[in-house]
Design a protein around this ligand. Sequence first.
Ligand code: B12
Ligand code: NAG
Ligand code: NAG
Length: 139
Amino acid sequence: MALAMALLFSAAFFILGSSIFPTGEATTLYPITMTVYDTVTNKPNKTYSTEVAYRGILIGAMQRAQQKYKNGFSFTTTYNLDYGPFLESVNGLKGSTAKHTYWQLLIKNKNGTVVIADVGIGCYIPDPEDNIIFKFTKW
Ligand code: B12
Ligand SMILES: *[C@@H]1O[C@H](CO)[C@@H](O)[C@H](O)[C@H]1NC(C)=O
Ligand SMILES: *[C@@H]1O[C@H](CO)[C@@H](O)[C@H](O)[C@H]1NC(C)=O
């Protein structure tokens, strides 16, 4: 009887699990790093490591880091109808329209090439081992 119940439960979990991951694969996490680079108030750089899901978006990896580094990495966003989340502040430092400051999003690939992202944090899909640079700068 107990064995039959156990079998029934594991079968139920198997079916549930399969419906969450139809291919039978769990989400794999890949390491990336994030550098906070402030060129306006000139604080020293800070680098954090975090994980991004397979083909996952940058903001998810940022949220994971925010949970991991309590009183360490933090950020806020505003929402734009067309482009999604706009990165408003990092570690308490906010961009300002009046001062013409903002957080620029740069990507340093594992081969060392630095590019300016052509989408925001809600759309960018990091490659494993990318170094994401949040650069506080002026426009
Ligand atoms: C001016 C501008 C900026 C200025 C806005 C400052 C200001 N107060 O004026 C600054 C320099 C801050 C900026 C930053 C970025 N921008 Co910009 N920006 C523009 C631009 C040229 C005009 C926007 C505008 O004034 N529209 C007119 C006003 C009346 O409409 P609005 O809705 O109020 O405009 C606001 C939004 O566009 C918002 N905004 C601007 N850029 C971005 C980017 C994202 C991701 C979000 C969510 C919102 C947003 O700021 C505007 C002013 O409040 C557009 C291209 C275009 N021709 O539309 C690109 C554009 C919107 N930006 C773009 C990008 C990629 C960025 C950055 C991610 C670049 C980077 N790698 O750092 C960053 C945002 C980083 C972050 N902190 O999240 C892309 C968005 C594409 C996408 N699908 O995500 C566009 C379309 C240009 C492109 N490369 O194709 N941007
Ligand atoms: C901070 O990071 C940026 C971007 O990676 C880099 O160009 C700069 O040299 C760094 N500054 C220091 C002091 O390490
Ligand atoms: C470096 O990465 C960029 C962007 O992914 C790519 O376009 C470029 O070909 C790479 N360069 C080398 C030498 O691998």
